[in-house]
Ligand binder design. Structure first.
Ligand code: BGC
Length: 458
């Protein structure tokens, strides 16, 4: 099988362009999860928010994302990946307008939930759609463009927020700046919606709908005529072998293991603490004695390191493989988190130790858990249940994100920073062991070959 694949003429620029358009969904993901960090202070003043209400205002988006991820699977198996991505772009755009114009906080929360549903849908379907159109050899890199876009979205919004906040008086900030921060999301939202109309439908989904001619056309554009026919036959065979694609299929022995791998990796991506850093970095740095300005600068460095090492991941992911990167990444994450916890434990936080090891943690996450978890959950399930199974893992990921964002401030104030980082360190160790023992290598395998990996388990 490998022999035939190497002789192909992949239209890499076409498939890259399509993947970049799809990855704009990741940009919205990054934008929308991070925009609140710059707006919340002004909103607290404007709406006189207490701490409970503040927590709800921040996390309502994540609740929407849980719902969106939940419905993305069934709906995309039925109506297609492309169609549902367009729905996600519309929801995101409506959410942006809705969060810019409210007069009451309840209207704002409703708009954030709506936008969150869009984010939940696109976070699940972008990796999946790219995985379904990408040639096996480049799949890791192409799917990870989504993660690159997430990280660019997060970094870009820090600058957008700062420029908007600097554009007017403090009174204007409280009355209007935050409205612009959310409202400007309409631009990438509309761009995503318009550009999506130019991308092809997923060939695997088309074949599942018995539209072989259309599936072949897309495969030909991507892989060239000869390889397209080979791929179509493999997809056909796999789909024929898979039974009706019912939810029950998810719980067959082989699939049960695949589902475990997906869900456990998804939860581990979050409970190892990345968003404690992404959402609360300035607060952590303040605990080391840094002033407001220094802590904001340090936060920007965190963003830059995340970006640079995501690019490194893109370069390595199809070369060294998913498993090796995950192992190295989770090992370095464990050590870095342990050292950060130890620095807080001994009170040695005034030197550069905390910053350096937090940066090391972010770098290690960016080459491993960041891109690879989204990739693995998009590629390990068979076509007939891919939408639903990926959605189950994605719901778990967003729920874990919600849990960490809600509990991190409580943990920090309660058990203190050292214990909190040690808990994250322990969970990173769990991620290392889990990868070593359970996660299969999927590098260079076609989606149909990956399906067969699970046959051995059933
Ligand atoms: C995670 C996000 C996180 C981001 C940081 C993504 O893979 O799912 O929760 O904020 O990486 O780079």
């Amino acid at each position: 099988m490998n022999g035939t694949r190497h002789r192909t003429t992949v239209n890499l620029s076409f498939v890259t362009l399509v993947s970049i358009v799809a990855a704009l969904g990741g940009l919205l993901f990054g934008y929308d999860t991070a925009v609140i960090s710059g707006a919340i202070g002004f909103m607290q003043q404007k709406f006189a928010l207490g701490s409970v209400m503040t927590g709800w205002v921040v996390s309502s988006l994540l609740v929407g994302a849980i719902v969106g991820a939940g419905i993305a699977g069934v709906l995309s198996d039925k109506y297609g990946r492309k169609g549902m991505l367009i729905v996600a772009a519309i929801l995101f755009s409506l959410g942006s307008i809705g969060s810019a114009i409210p007069s009451a906080i309840s209207e704002f929360v409703a708009a954030r939930i709506l936008g969150g549903i869009g984010i939940g849908i696109s976070s699940t379907l972008v990796p999946l759609y790219i995985a379904e159109i990408a040639p096996a050899k480049y799949r890791g890199r192409l799917v990870s463009l989504n993660q690159l876009a997430v990280v660019i979205g997060i970094s870009a919004i820090y600058f957008v927020n700062r420029s908007v906040a600097n554009a007017g008086t403090p009174a204007w900030d409280v009355s209007s700046a935050w409205r612009w921060m959310f409202g400007l999301g309409l631009i990438p939202g509309m761009a995503f919606m318009i550009l999506l109309s130019f991308v092809p439908k997923s060939p695997r989904w088309l074949q599942k709908q018995s539209k072989s001619d259309l599936a072949l056309q897309v495969l030909e554009r991507i892989n060239g005529k000869q390889q397209a026919e080979i791929e179509l036959r493999q997809i056909e065979q796999s789909i024929r072998k898979e039974s009706a694609g019912s939810i029950r299929q998810l719980f067959k022995p082989g699939m049960r293991v695949a589902l475990w791998v997906g869900v456990v990796l998804a939860v581990l991506q979050q409970v190892t603490g990345i968003n404690a850093i992404m959402y609360y970095a300035p607060e952590i740095f303040k605990q080391t004695g840094a002033g407001t300005n220094a802590s904001l600068t340090e936060t920007i460095i965190v963003g830059a390191v995340n970006l640079v090492f995501t690019i490194v991941a893109l370069w390595l992911i199809d070369k060294v493989g998913r498993k090796a990167l995950l192992l190295v990444g989770t090992a370095v994450m464990t050590i870095s988190l342990f050292v950060v916890g130890y620095a807080f434990h001994t009170g040695n936080t005034h030197g550069p130790v905390v910053l350096v090891f937090i940066l090391l943690f972010v770098a290690a996450f960016a080459v491993s858990m960041g891109p690879i978890v989204w990739l693995v959950i998009a590629e390990i399930f068979p076509t007939s249940i891919r939408g639903r199974a990926t959605a189950v893992a994605s719901v778990a990921l967003w729920a874990a994100d919600y849990l960490v964002s809600q509990t991190f401030p409580i943990l920090l104030g309660g058990t203190g920073p050292s214990m909190t980082f040690w808990v994250f360190a322990l969970l990173s160790l769990v991620a290392f062991v889990f990868t070593l023992k359970v996660v299969p290598e999927t590098k260079e395998k076609s989606l149909e070959e990956i399906e067969h990996l699970w046959d051995a388990v059933s």
